[in-house]
Design a protein around this ligand. Structure first.
Ligand SMILES: C[S@@+](CC[C@H](N)C(=O)[O-])C[C@H]1O[C@@H](n2cnc3c(N)ncnc32)[C@H](O)[C@@H]1O
Length: 307
């Protein structure tokens, strides 16, 4: 999760079944305003600015999770998306794809007839690995969005090449990665306090490739994959905790790969010790907003480019 360079940190390696395990709690977090919400909103706006959705033929959400980017795109642009545009919501986790199907079915059952409902009827949830987008054809897709996904694949350059292969000439690709995540630093501090008390060796936080944590690194990766007109920016992506104890409990029991490197080596009551320490660190280090919520800062890198 971190991009820092400690001694031989383990690589961030997460399987589709690991994401299956956390799909339900991830979807719940996403619906309550997770740190993903600002980057998703901005990425959709960037796509619309560089290549308006009224010319979209196929829109591809890579590593869609519970479908937050697809949902945001439909709710803000359904009235201009052409009536024959397909929206492919893809993820290698069956659990995530199944949640997108449930969201689509709920929308089709609850929305009034109109462009929002008809756009949802053209959403196709698909199990697909970002590193191999077959059977999608070359030069097929007009818009791609990949929010916090590609840096955590086994072979990110391969995933970028696949995005480049399926994107039409002139098509647009918007993606994000993490520059800084204070909450991960706080988790490391909490673990370093809790594990000696528990009497187990403190695990090392897995890291994703350092290149993805810098604007220059992401620019180079995109250019190497053949993309042009690369534009990058930073955006704040905070976690807002209205009630620290409840949020920390939910986070540490979510099965999210951001926490399982700690929780998988602990028993239930031992996780409570990490919870206690994390609550303490958050209260010590975080700003409190005017509503009394603690703010755990994070900074994302957003990129947009063309084929
Ligand atoms: C941090 S979540 C982001 C989900 C979603 N994009 C969002 O903004 O909420 C990462 C997602 O990437 C998916 N993922 C990770 N590696 C993948 C791969 N190789 N191919 C496809 N999806 C992948 C995971 O299953 C998970 O749903």
């Amino acid at each position: 999760m971190s991009s820092s360079t400690s001694n031989n940190p383990p690589k961030f390696e997460v399987k589709a079944t690991d994401w299956d395990r956390t799909a339900a709690s991830y979807a719940q977090l996403a619906s309550q305003g997770s740190p993903m919400s600002v980057p998703i909103t901005k990425l959709v706006e960037m796509l619309q600015t560089v290549s308006p959705f009224d010319k979209a033929t196929t829109i591809l959400d890579v590593g869609c999770g519970p479908g937050s980017a697809t949902s945001q795109l439909i709710s803000t642009h359904h009235d201009i998306i052409p009536s024959n545009t397909q929206l492919l919501a893809t993820d290698f986790s069956r659990g995530m794809v199944s949640i997108v199907s449930q969201v689509r079915d709920f929308k089709l059952g609850s929305l009034q007839d109109g462009t929002e409902k008809s756009t949802w009827s053209r959403v196709v949830p698909l199990v697909m690995d970002a590193q191999d987008l077959h059977p999608l054809l070359d030069d097929f897709v007009s818009h791609i969005i990949a929010n916090f996904v590609l840096f955590m694949t086994d072979d990110p350059p391969k995933a970028l090449k696949e995005a480049h292969r399926v994107l039409k000439s002139g098509g647009v690709f918007a993606l994000s990665s993490w520059h800084r995540m204070d909450w991960m630093d706080y988790l490391v501090i909490a673990a370093s306090h809790a594990f000696p008390t528990i009497g187990k060796p403190t695990p090392q936080m897995p890291e994703f490739p350092a290149q993805w944590a810098s604007v220059d690194g992401v620019r180079e990766l995109l250019r190497d994959a053949g993309f042009k007109d690369v534009q990058l920016e930073f955006v704040g992506a905070p976690i807002v905790m209205p009630k620290v104890e409840a949020s920390v409990h939910a986070f540490l029991n979510s099965g999210n790969p951001a926490v399982t490197w700690i929780t998988d080596v602990l028993e239930g009551n031992e996780v409570e010790e990490v919870e206690k320490q994390l609550v303490k660190v958050v209260k010590e280090k975080c700003e409190v907003n005017d509503k009394g919520a603690h703010i755990l800062n994070g900074t994302a890198i957003l990129a947009i480019c063309r084929n």
